[in-house]
Ligand binder design. Structure first.
Ligand SMILES: Nc1ccn([C@@H]2O[C@H](COP(=O)(O)OP(=O)(O)OP(=O)(O)O)[C@@H](O)[C@H]2O)c(=O)n1
Ligand SMILES: [Mg+2]
Length: 398
């Protein structure tokens, strides 16, 4: 009964109970535990007020007091402890700013998005499941708690969440839930792009991505996503790929490649500049590298640590085998893997030629770099100096 992660978290529940409060495990961890999937963060719901939670535990962080959430750190692990609540008035189809704390677990579960996410577990491992979540898990159905149109107008992001759960779990949408997405999809326009992108990324990384993308098209929800309103055909192509990308860079790069989005398009998704740069490098590489043959020494050197991403993408997009290990071996065998490894630097060259710094210097370093990479000269300071001087003479003779 109960797995190690929950057992480790038991003291949090027990401590709350000792202080006279109710406390349960809730949310995704309970769902994933019942599905025998690896569980992520453990969330706890309690009748205790946030300030009571903070006074009971020695180590807490008020991460979301306004929403009733306090992070409790117990034996180095952090848990989100949220006071039973029902959400206050919803405005603008977003999560409410104010919440009302309630004293009953039932009311707390009632405000949750899907029945599979509205199951609570007590300290003995007993399930409290007033909305049929376990049956839905068994039937592999995603259905809202109560009226779907109500749930989606409370928080329109839940429509994206429904599809990301489809992608992660391979479940189907209940007829009512699907119908409500068709009807309320436009409300997604009120949701911050950053929040949409978080769910979309999980969708792109799910094992059943194709099924989710097909639903995205079928419900027309795609037309409210950044840059995708006119990309129905491209999305359908994305659904045709069955391999799962292992990394977020690959997930976004494959998406951008198939949907024909450039870095400007990705900017509309409000991804971090860092991620956009990584994805853009992969996209640029995919224009050049179509087969194993295109992995020249120069390409290996240029793409360095991106080789595994690019190669896996190339393989998926061209229906080929990935040769990651082979390419990494070739990359590791290069005389140098980055400019920093050159045995000569700018100072050395300035002294050698007794010249002032100028454009000639970068040009010279570039030539030396290429010569070393091609094995024309050994990466050793004296040899490089000699080569540089000879090269200069050769050029002056022309
Ligand atoms: N828009 C939302 C977001 C969350 N929840 C509720 O809050 C729980 C925790 O939310 P979150 O951690 O975002 O999702 P999980 O279901 O836990 O999924 P994951 O395992 O990916 O964290 C959900 O299970 C659900 O009960 C909700 O009702 N409506
Ligand atoms: Mg969670």
């Amino acid at each position: 009964m109960m797995n190690e992660q929950f057992r480790q978290a038991l003291p949090v529940i027990e401590t709350l109970k000792r202080h006279g409060h109710e406390a349960y495990f809730v949310g995704g961890a309970v769902r994933d535990y019942l599905l025998k999937r690896p569980i992520g963060d453990i969330d706890i719901a309690t009748s205790a007020h946030p300030y009571e939670v903070m006074s009971i535990f020695p180590k807490t962080v008020p991460v979301g007091i306004a929403h009733g959430t306090v992070m409790v750190i117990e034996r180095g692990v952090s848990y989100e402890v949220t006071t039973f609540r029902k959400e206050g008035r919803y405005e603008d189809y977003r999560r409410p700013k104010d919440v009302t704390f309630v004293r009953s677990l039932y009311e707390d579960l009632q405000r949750r998005d899907f029945t599979i996410n509205a199951i609570a577990m007590n300290e003995h491992g007993d399930m409290i499941d007033p909305f049929g979540g376990m049956e839905a898990l068994n039937d592999r159905i995603i259905e809202t708690v109560g009226d779907a149109r109500e749930r989606f107008s409370e928080d329109a992001l839940r429509m994206m969440r429904a599809l990301r759960f489809v992608s992660q779990l391979g479940f189907s949408l209940s007829a009512e839930t699907k119908q409500a997405i068709v009807q309320y999809g436009h409300l997604l326009q009120h949701i911050a792009v950053e929040r949409i992108a978080v769910e979309f990324e999980k969708l792109l990384l799910g094992s059943f991505m194709s099924k989710a993308i097909e639903l995205l098209i079928e419900t027309n929800l795609f037309s409210y996503l950044p840059e995708l309103a006119t990309k129905k055909k491209e999305l359908a192509q994305l659904a045709a790929y069955s391999l799962v990308p292992v990394h977020r860079i690959e997930a976004w790069a494959r998406f951008a490649y198939v949907a024909r989005l450039d870095s400007q398009g990705l900017k509309q998704w409000k991804l971090s500049n860092h991620l956009i740069r990584d994805v853009s490098i992969c996209l640029e590489a995919l224009e050049r590298i179509h087969s194993l043959h295109d992995w020249t020494t120069d390409a290996l050197y240029e793409y360095g640590r991106y080789i595994p991403h690019i190669e896996r993408l190339r393989a998926v997009l061209h229906g080929d085998e990935p040769y990651v290990q082979h390419l990494l071996k070739r990359w590791e065998a290069l005389p140098i893997r980055e400019r920093k490894q050159l045995a000569i630097n700018g100072h050395d060259l300035l002294a050698l030629f007794e010249r002032k710094a100028g454009p000639w210097l970068a040009e010279m370093i570039g030539k030396i770099e290429r010569a070393v990479l091609r094995g024309e000269v050994e990466n050793e300071k004296e040899k490089l100096k000699e080569w540089a001087v000879c090269n200069q003479k050769r050029e002056n003779n022309y």
